[in-house]
Design a protein around this ligand. Sequence first.
Ligand SMILES: Nc1ncnc2c1ncn2[C@@H]1O[C@H](COP(=O)(O)OP(=O)(O)OP(=O)(O)O)[C@@H](O)[C@H]1O
Ligand SMILES: [Mg+2]
Length: 287
Amino acid sequence: MSQITTLERPAQEADVRAEGRAEAAAPLLALRNVEVVYDDVILVLRGLSLDVPAGSITALLGANGAGKSTTLKAISGLLRSENGEVTRGEIQFDGSRIDGVEPDLIVRRGIFQVMEGRRIVADMTPMENLRLGAFSRRDRGIADDLERVLTYFPRLKERTGAAGYLSGGEQQMLAIGRALMARPRLILMDEPSMGLSPLLVKEVFGIIRQINRDLGVTILLVEQNARAALAVADRGYIMEQGKVVLDGSVEELRSNEDVKEFYLGGAGDQRKTFKNLKSFKRRKRWI
Ligand SMILES: Nc1ncnc2c1ncn2[C@@H]1O[C@H](COP(=O)(O)OP(=O)(O)OP(=O)(O)O)[C@@H](O)[C@H]1O
Ligand SMILES: [Mg+2]
């Protein structure tokens, strides 16, 4: 539409472009200088800022203990159940502040977190788990959505026993399916690759991409597996010790020498990679 407008009224082309820039400048989710403290004393996020554009898959990468899960919990409001608190900064979702909002209200606003370690209910069936995902909804579309979700995860349909007996990959799929049942606008995913074989990682990440494209769900993807995450993401952030140290498009990150060396290096040997983080930081100070 803007193209037609531009053709008909060439004088206003600049306005149309400015409008486009304004849209790009208003991400669906924005964190601004967020500080998080646990137990009143443990400072974990130290002024973290990031943007998640609507419709994107944005990757948040970093080593153990960098604060990735803490970031997701700050967004979903689940920090408080761990005695954590956003003590500074702002979290904006779709133009409104959500830091300080109760977790169930955040779900109702359209953000759903898929926790690290999946956290499905082991003694309920997969179907019961999926229905749980719709707890915040009161509409009549739940049955249809259940069918739609199952088209992404047909295997879950055949599993009628307790979800605790599902394989790791199936549990991950169930956790993602349960998130979809909430009809979220933004899914926060915490290490979906954890404990999965390379083949299953590929399958799960393929499904993540498909969900993003088909349903337009925006995804903030936390991963230690940088290779897998950058294969599906549009842009990414790398964090260390509670702060963002690098960000860019996936192409920029993949071609960055430090990222190549420390995050994509070798055959994905994370241990070797993280041992080198000290020199990563030292070198970065020079850039
Ligand atoms: N509930 C808590 N109480 C106190 N400290 C915590 C709590 N949760 C996390 N931390 C601390 O905050 C820091 C960041 O933890 P976080 O779980 O956010 O890291 P992460 O990047 O997700 O790491 P990983 O890749 O190992 O999952 C760690 O030093 C951790 O010990
Ligand atoms: Mg974590």
